[in-house]
Ligand binder design. Sequence first.
Ligand code: GLU
Length: 483
Amino acid sequence: MTKIRTRIAPSPTGFLHLGTARTALYSWAFARHHGGEFVLRIEDTDVARSTGESVQQILDAMHWLGLDYDEGPVFQMHRLARYHDVAERLIAAGAAYRCWCTPQELDAMREVQRARGEKTRYDGRWRPAPGKVLPAPPAGVQPVVRFANPPGGEVRWNDLVKGPIAISNEEIDDLIILRPAPPGSEGDAAAFGVPTYNFAVVVDDMDMRITHVYRGDEHINNTPWQINLWRAIAASGGGGGAELPQYGHCPIILGEDGLKLSKRRGAVSVMAYQEAGYLPEAMLNYLARLGWSHGDDELFSREQMVQWFDGSHLARSPAQWDPAKLAWVNAHYLKQADDARLATLLAAEFARRGVPGTGDAALLARAAALFKDRCSTVVEIADWVAMLFVAVQPSAEDVAAHVTEAVRPGLRMLREKLASLSGWDKAAIAQAMKETLAAHRLKMPQLAPAVRVLVCGRAQTPSIDAVLALFPRDTVLRRLAAA
Ligand code: GLU
């Protein structure tokens, strides 16, 4: 049986987009489910827009999500000789040809077509045909290579997500497969030229023996080209016997407003969610459900997903990004997260914020344990825990409402008792509060909010004795002295 091989092929022209992360996840889970292999390919042939920084961001995001790959990263710009070789084969087989049209000529061609109300397309002027006399190649123009798309008939495939699709070859242009490298290029690019997306993708999927391609449905219109190219390369003997992969096109992700999720409407980069305090397992769980289902299951582990993901139950219609649901999923995983791990994440968040004095990992772990149940993100936990390290500013309303004349004497006594405690822990603090309440005939709902407002800067917190025990004692005494 053929080994299942999938890939994700991001272009390093920006961050790893949520949509790409989702198809990466599906490709990864499908390969893992079948005991197959998953490949990372960097499609860096858009020389002007590809950057090393973006490659790094993609690698970081894959690593963060735990989408491990068996091969790669493979860089297309390292494979230029191979694309050139395949293009030459296609030319020799009559399935591709050189075209010397200048950009100006192509513009003029489209202009005429538009004026006639026709669809703009390459008019085939350099495409060889029996009995056709081609113009003499102009001097000083570097030709591109175009694929001679088969005339007539249609391209069909059974899409893994959308079902049967058929597109008429009449709709399909003779696309450029290889361009001369931009002026000033050196090395392989200068020698071999640079392939276009549709061409490189086919040669690579072939050479990498990819069996299943999951990608965004913005690529549906590219698939007929790719299938035709694939067949032509195979016929030319350049495909090494690889079989056409199966294609699955996942619908786009919509933003909350029902429009395509885009930068302008909130974060679309995976790593922005890391910074916002989401856990990778929550991200994976949420992304997986966004376009795929397993019964009514909403929460599942990476292992369960691998066990369940056989390529069925992929949604045909677009899913909507739902920040509230993502927060809910993240809150679930935060509750389960190990406190030592949360301590590390908190330390990183405080480092980002430039909060000093946060190096006590054991303290951060205790704090995380106390606050994680009421938070949706690590950033929210950090917002709580920050009160241990930076001055708090209670609102005037909270002070007026809670730090009243009736409580002040109690606050003074509590401060004295806390100052003279022999040990600084939750039980001792609770005892000091109890004694204070009795001595001043106060109730806990009077004393506790006043202490919270002064020490924590807000009137509600988890159990006050546990919260106070997290602080250095002198911080508590100093803040209580402000009463
Ligand atoms: N580089 C393409 C993209 O990022 C890959 C598409 C594909 O998977 O074929 O959209």
